[in-house]
Structure formats: C-alpha cells, structure tokens
Design a protein around this ligand. Sequence first.
Ligand code: INI
Length: 159
Amino acid sequence: MTTFEGTYNDHTQTLKLAIVIGRFNDLVTSKLLAGCQDCLKRHGVDISTDGEQVDYVWVPGSFEIGLVAKRLAASGTYDAVICLGAVIRGDTPHFDYVSAEVSKGVAAAGFQTGVPVIFGILTTDTMQQALERAGIKSNLGWGYGLSALEMVSLLKKLP
Ligand code: INI
C-alpha cells in the first residue's frame, strides 16, 4: 500500500495561485491576506502584485466568492485558488445565508473543477473573535496558504 502526502516546498517558484478576497469586513480580510502572503513568501512564492505567480481578486463580500473562485479555477490558469472572507454574526439571519452560500460555493468550485479551492472563510460571532484569528492571537491566513501548497503538491502525486 502507498501513503500519499503533499509537501510545502514542491515547485513553489513556478506554481500559479489566485487569491479571492472579500472586501466586506476588510479590517479582517486584509489581515488574513497578509498572513497568507507571509506564508507563501516564506515558502518561495513571489507574492508581488505585478509578479507572475499570484493574482489577487477582490469581491464585494463572501457571498460573491464562490462564483469568482469557480471562474478562476475553471480557467485552467491556476494550480490553486485561495478564498479569504470574514462572515460575522449580527442580529439578523443574514449571517446564516451568507455563510451557507460561501461554504457551498467554495466547495462546489473545487469539486466541479478538480482544482484545490481553499476555504479561508472565518465565521465568528464577534469582530473580536475574527480579529483574534486574523492576527491578534494567531493568523489563520498563514494556514490557508500552507493548505494551498500542500494540496497542489498532493494532487500532483495522486494517481
Ligand atoms: N459579507 C461578508 O463577507 N461578511 C459578512 O459578515 C456579511 N454580512 O454580515 O452581511 C457580508 N455581506 C455581504 C454579502 O457577502 C454580499 O457581498 C452582498 O449581500 C451582495 O451580494
């Protein structure tokens, strides 16, 4: 039997990534992006906005992320698509609609294209909780970058 595992340093200087970022709650999403970029840079990816390796796509909010992620993944241009958003619970059911759609949309983009689409969407009760996960205590953006590198590597190895 074989064990398959991705690594974090597999062709990182040639892979091509797209990062989709929700502008809604950009106090949080810009920090997730910074964490993600830090991870990618430390693993050899050129993260510059005018470079060849990473394209950045800003969308109005998390609800729009699935549509854009699907389009990018289906383009055949990218090895992985990383989705970053922050859905914060308010006093209305809006949170439930947005969080349900973005999770379905991101999952569908990956399933329908075979391209790894990373679910970097924070869903929290408060802004404080979101900020804690976007840099105050730890930055989950770092882990989302790492997951993208691991999945690109793993999919190259799978039969
Ligand atoms: N978008 C978010 O990314 N996070 C939220 O918390 C949020 N809330 O709570 O409303 C949110 N709404 C906007 C939504 O994603 C769409 O951009 C908007 O409805 C237009 O389609």
